[in-house]
Write a protein that binds this ligand. Structure first.
Ligand code: SF4
Length: 331
């Protein structure tokens, strides 16, 4: 089986509103539209692990209304991952998913097969880390757009093939010469982001995106499954230990220091919040996280995204932000 992630297409669409509200986040509406428009008709089944309520309802519509879906599976996950019961509960859910897949495929998912798969995916995470490591350098040999492609393609391609491609990139990087100005070093913060046109625009006006805290970027691959005699426990615990997203980061806000440490490690000079319109979890975190970064000397900019967002108003906002940073003699 080849898992692929459902993403949007950033195109105008008029098919999702009979199924989910127009005030659901653009990522939800765009993802559902892609299913309804048949863009994932090569996928036989659809699965979701609990994140936010909006995406849960998007998943409900996918499984009811996307005609090519032959099977579906919803995996509950404790949003309160800080509870002492979370790990045990999530291990039980992953075990249930294992049994579902065994029934679906008629194949036994043995511990040996799971150990081999964990090793392959962990290798992918290490290789992505090695590529991201280059972003710490002055005028990095990997741009933000390239890093985004590396993380996104991992979510679609067979992991063994992806690992082979990442190794080729890593072999070529030491000799690479960059013919572009570094400009100001940005961090991006938010939820899902596959907006390559936006990222390319940001990097074309005098900046380099050096790190992110996004579910389609670092949060996807940042931590590994730790070796364990029980591979189901190893998989479940990795999810509980991931750098948290706002839906799973209470009562303690562990992500605020994690985001700040990323900014420091990658020498980000400013941060841009990429906010999906109507995304309550990220909007709830925003004021405190902004204060946390600014108190540590990292200025921030807030941008709100819809399914289609014309690039020019964003260009003006980014250019104005860069000008302010330079005028304030911050850099
Ligand atoms: S967390 Fe936010 S961006 Fe992600 S699906 Fe939920 S509402 Fe949308």
């Amino acid at each position: 089986m080849l898992p692929v992630r459902v993403l949007g297409a950033h195109e105008p669409q008029n098919v999702s509103e009979p199924h989910i509200f127009g005030m659901f986040c653009p990522f939800c509406r765009d993802s559902l539209a892609q299913g309804l428009l048949g863009r994932f008709d090569y996928a036989e089944g659809v699965t979701l692990t609990q994140s936010c309520i909006q995406y849960r309802q998007t998943f409900g519509s996918w499984r009811l209304h996307v005609p090519t879906v032959k099977w579906d599976y919803y995996s509950p996950m404790p949003n309160d991952v800080q509870s002492p019961h979370a790990r045990k509960a999530h291990r039980a859910e992953i075990q249930r998913f294992r049994e579902f897949l065994e029934q679906l495929t008629g194949q036994k998912l043995t511990n040996e097969k799971l150990d081999a798969a964990i090793a392959l995916v962990n290798e992918n995470r290490r290789l992505l880390h090695a590529i991201y490591e280059y972003r710490k350098e002055a005028n990095p040999k990997v741009t933000g757009v390239e890093a985004l492609y590396a993380a996104l393609t991992a979510q679609f391609i067979d992991k063994a093939e992806h690992n082979a491609e990442l190794k080729k990139v890593l072999a070529a990087l030491p000799a690479r010469k960059m013919a572009r100005e570094e400009g100001i070093r940005f961090m991006t913060i938010g939820s899902e982001n596959d907006d390559v046109a936006f990222m390319a625009m940001v990097e074309s006006v005098g900046s380099t995106i050096v790190i992110d805290d996004q579910c389609s970027g670092t949060r996807y691959f940042w931590n590994e499954s730790k070796p364990d005699a029980d591979p189901i426990k190893a998989i479940a615990e990795r999810y509980c230990d991931r750098p948290a997203c706002p839906t799973k980061d209470y009562p303690n806000h562990t992500r605020f220091d994690h985001v700040l440490n990323l900014a420091k490690d990658y020498k980000a000079q400013a941060a841009v919040f990429l906010q999906q319109k109507f995304c309550d979890p990220h909007e709830g975190d925003y004021p405190d996280l902004k204060r946390h970064l600014e108190a540590a000397g990292i200025p921030t900019l807030f941008l709100e995204f819809d399914i289609t967002s014309p690039i020019e108003p964003f260009r003006i906002r980014i250019e104005a932000f860069l000008e302010t940073l330079r005028e304030d003699d911050l850099f």
